[in-house]
Design a protein around this ligand. Sequence first.
Ligand code: AMP
Ligand code: ZN
Length: 138
Amino acid sequence: MTKNDCIFCKIANGQIPAAALYEDDDFCVILDAGPASRGHALILPKEHFDDLCELDEDIAKKVLPLAARIGKAMKKGLGCAGFNLVQNNGEAAGQTVRHFHVHVIPRYEGGPQIAAWEPGTVSAEEMGNIVEAVKAQL
Ligand code: AMP
Ligand code: ZN
């Protein structure tokens, strides 16, 4: 199922042109229009899912193998030294387009820092509380 007002549904299904580097029955992989680095790509399922929590399991199983394939091709084709996978869920996490997608971001030797955070601290007690809170919902 696609969603009428969703730009990634339109792109993944060919209604809006994009720089596509891969396509199959389930996915379209395009270049990000606001790249974090040269070759920054987005893996888009053709079907609409708001985010990871909604993603169909059969589609989900194919995402990491496809990401590995894209990443390997970037290393060979673009000469990047590595790549990051980034996948945002919800506005608070930085998701701006509510259609599940995975960023594949090539990383170059000496390139800019992209995803980084200051390591915080956590007590053993707080770790225990967190483990219990999440475990209870699994
Ligand atoms: P996120 O913040 O995880 O939802 O990522 C959305 C990404 O989609 C951003 O990196 C945007 O630059 C990218 N984006 C938005 N619209 C387009 C578009 N029409 N074509 C290509 N990339 C887009
Ligand atoms: Zn969509």
